[in-house]
Design a protein around this ligand. Structure first.
Ligand code: IK2
Length: 446
């Protein structure tokens, strides 16, 4: 009797488990589209959470931990108190005051008239400008060349439209020798040319680059532009750090080179421009014949972004137009302030025996961690790339959060570059001091 009862119980358990598994399969079939496969991991989600969990000093994610300048804070407050319409929908493709000011400001920079209504699209951060570009311009089977290291969202965005990402890395000029500047990392013209095929639809570049800090020189941009024109290819140019260049490096817009305006989508960020990343105001600027397709994606996805934030960014640009090139301009003051923070972080890293690569621009500095020998006791990270192991260890054991650089590479090249980690230096001096304290104690064996 007992044997039969056991058998019945076992059979019931097996049956219930198999029903549950079957339901799981049906649920997973019903609940997800294949385009989400393989793009579910996200470096910001994972490492920002890790930093929070361990209450680490955060030199990880790229946002300032200081306030935006007073004039844009006041502009935001004024907008919020500016009457009922500031709280309602505005024009779908960009608040009129903002597109007018973006067109005026960037028209002067690229040396051509920009039509505020046709050539500008305001988006929910630069992220959404990139999303609209890939959705609107890349078809299934199209190839998109991505220069590595790259801001991590380019690859999943290409994959989600059924495109094929084709990678080409920036490499240190002389392997093995002391590499001191992001300017020493270059594209091989031959290697890049070999990536263009009849299926190539677009190339994505990012200058100043995240995470390396490279600021492309005019000759480098001209080489890319020549290939785009020769192969009739679009250029998506991510320029969110455009005002942040150091030691005389100059940011050049590829859209301003001859023959490039018609084929370049320039992506910008109000968050990075005015140190207010949470506002999520971004834009794409291009010829109207390209922007019109991006508008289609935009109107059928988010429709528009927050009115008051757009009003504040518009006011910021109005002010900057008047002060452009003067010491009062925030576009002069911010890089001057960051120049010191960058130096402070570099000397701290050097003092503990690390060799940073001096960025010519942007928010970040990468450093080679291979001289450091660490016994990672954490078994859960055993199969992970070295930089990921290191970053997890540094966050959990020492309380300092950074970002692994392999996250900015394709699987085929990540192994070559997993000896670097990224630090964000757009932080209060007190945060940088706290990081320095941790590094010094660690280097003294504490
Ligand atoms: N493009 C680049 C190159 C970016 O760096 C960013 C923001 N990145 O910040 C996260 C980090 O690297 O730590 C974006 C686009 C997105 O900009 P926005 O915030 O305007 O959407």
């Amino acid at each position: 009797m007992g044997i039969i009862r056991n058998l019945v119980t076992n059979l019931t358990v097996i049956r219930q488990t198999s029903i549950r598994n079957h339901q799981k399969i049906i649920m997973s079939r019903r609940l997800h589209a294949r385009r989400t496969d393989g793009v579910d991991k996200n470096v910001w989600v994972e490492f920002t959470q890790l930093a929070a969990d361990y209450k680490a000093v955060n030199l990880g994610q790229g946002f300032p931990d200081f306030s935006p300048p007073k004039f844009v804070q006041e502009a935001f407050c004024k907008a919020v108190c500016g009457g009922p319409l500031m709280h309602q929908y505005t024009r779908a493709f960009g608040h009129p005051r903002l597109v007018k000011n973006l067109a005026k400001f960037f028209g002067r920079i690229v040396g051509r008239e920009i039509d505020p209504l046709e050539d500008v699209l305001v988006t929910v951060g630069a992220y959404q400008a990139l999303f609209c570009a890939f959705q609107a311009l890349v078809d299934e089977g199209d190839e998109v060349i991505i220069v590595e290291p790259f801001f991590d969202c380019y690859q999943p965005m290409v994959q989600m439209v059924g495109g094929k990402a084709v990678y080409v890395p920036l490499r240190p000029k002389a392997e093995g020798s002391a590499i001191l500047s992001s300017g020493d990392w270059v594209l091989s013209a031959e290697e890049l040319a070999s990536k263009f095929t009849p299926r190539t639809k677009a190339i994505v570049i990012n200058t100043p680059n995240n995470p390396l800090g490279k600021v492309y020189k005019t000759e480098e941009l001209q080489m890319i532009a020549d290939l785009c024109i020769k192969h009739d290819v679009l250029c998506i140019s991510d320029e969110v750090y455009e005002w942040l260049t150091y030691d005389g490096a100059k940011h050049v817009k590829i859209a301003s080179l001859p023959g490039m305006w018609e084929r370049t989508i320039t992506v910008g960020s109000g968050g990075k421009t005015f140190s207010a990343t949470g506002w999520k105001v971004g834009w794409a600027i291009s010829s109207g014949h390209i922007i019109k397709h991006m508008k289609t994606i935009h109107q059928n996805s988010v429709y528009h972004c927050a009115t008051a934030a757009q009003e504040a960014v518009a006011e910021g640009f109005e002010r900057e137009y008047e002060l452009f090139g003067t010491p009062e301009s925030y576009f002069q003051q911010l890089p001057a302030m960051l120049h010191h923070k960058r130096k402070k972080l570099a000397s701290c890293l050097e003092s503990v025996g690390l060799q940073p690569i001096m960025p010519e621009g942007g928010y970040f500095m990468i450093t080679d961690i291979s001289p450091v020998k660490v016994d990672f006791k954490d078994q859960s990270t055993e199969d992970e790339p070295n930089d990921i192991k290191f970053v997890k260890w540094l966050t959990k054991e020492k309380g300092l959060a950074t970002i692994p650089v392999s996250a900015f590479y394709s699987p085929e090249h990540s192994k070559e570059f997993d000896k670097y980690i990224r630090f964000c230096f757009v932080k209060e001096d007190s945060t940088l001091d706290a990081a320095e304290d941790i590094l010094r104690k660690w280097s003294h064996g504490q």
